[in-house]
Design a binder for this molecule. Structure first.
Ligand code: IDP
Ligand code: MG
Length: 156
C-alpha cells in the first residue's frame, strides 16, 4: 500500500468543507493513516513548497498556507498518490473538471482547497515533513476484504 500527503488548505477549513472532502476519500476506499489540525509554521511552508521558490505566486502561497489552520492527512491505498491527484482535479477551481474536489468546491485561481503529493518521492518527503513516524498508524480497515480483491495475496 502506498501513502500520500494531503493538506486540506486554510480555505477548506474556513469554509467547513473538511468533512465533505475527507468523506470522498473514505468512500473511494482510501484509508486514513494519519490526521491532524495544525497551523503551518512559516519555515515548514517554505520547506514544503521549496520547489516553487522564486515564482511570482510563492510569497502569496506561503501567506495563504500559514494564514489559518489546515488539516493534514496521510491517506493509504494501492496507487493512493495518483488516485488522490485525480480526485483533486486541475490546480484551480476555474479549470478543474466537475466531479473533482477542486472542480466541485472552488472557483478561485489562487485558493484551491487541497494539496496532494504528486510522486512517490514527493510523498515520502512531505509525509516526513508533516508527520512524526509515531503519528502514522498502520491498521487494517474491517472492510478491506471488500475494498480490494485479496484472493491472490496482493490487493487487486
Ligand atoms: P498543484 O497543487 O496542483 O500540484 P502546483 O503547480 O504544484 O499545483 O502549485 C502548488 C500550489 O501553488 C497550488 O496548489 C496553488 O496553491 C499555488 N499556485 C500555483 N500557481 C499559482 C498561481 O498562479 N497563483 C496563485 N497560486 C498558485
Ligand atoms: Mg504540485
Amino acid at each position: 500500500m502506498e501513502r500520500t500527503l494531503i493538506i486540506l488548505k486554510p480555505d477548506a477549513v474556513q469554509r467547513g468543507l473538511c468533512g465533505e472532502i475527507l468523506s470522498r476519500f473514505e468512500r473511494k476506499g482510501l484509508q486514513v493513516a494519519g490526521m491532524k489540525l495544525m497551523r503551518i509554521p512559516r519555515a515548514l511552508a517554505e520547506k514544503h513548497y521549496e520547489s516553487h521558490k522564486g515564482k511570482g505566486f510563492y510569497e502569496g502561497l506561503l501567506n495563504f498556507m500559514t494564514s489559518s489552520p489546515v488539516v493534514v492527512l496521510a491517506l493509504a491505498g494501492k496507487d493512493a498518490i495518483v488516485i488522490a491527484r485525480k480526485m483533486m482535479g486541475a490546480t484551480f477551481g476555474s479549470k478543474a473538471e466537475p466531479g473533482t474536489i477542486r472542480g466541485d468546491y472552488g472557483v478561485s485561481n489562487s485558493f484551491n482547497l487541497i494539496h496532494g503529493s504528486d510522486s512517490p518521492e514527493a510523498a515520502a518527503r512531505e509525509l516526513g515533513l508533516f508527520f512524526k513516524s509515531d503519528e502514522l498508524v498502520d491498521w487494517t480497515p474491517a472492510n478491506q476484504v471488500w475494498v480490494y480483491d485479496l484472493s491472490k495475496g496482493q490487493p487487486e
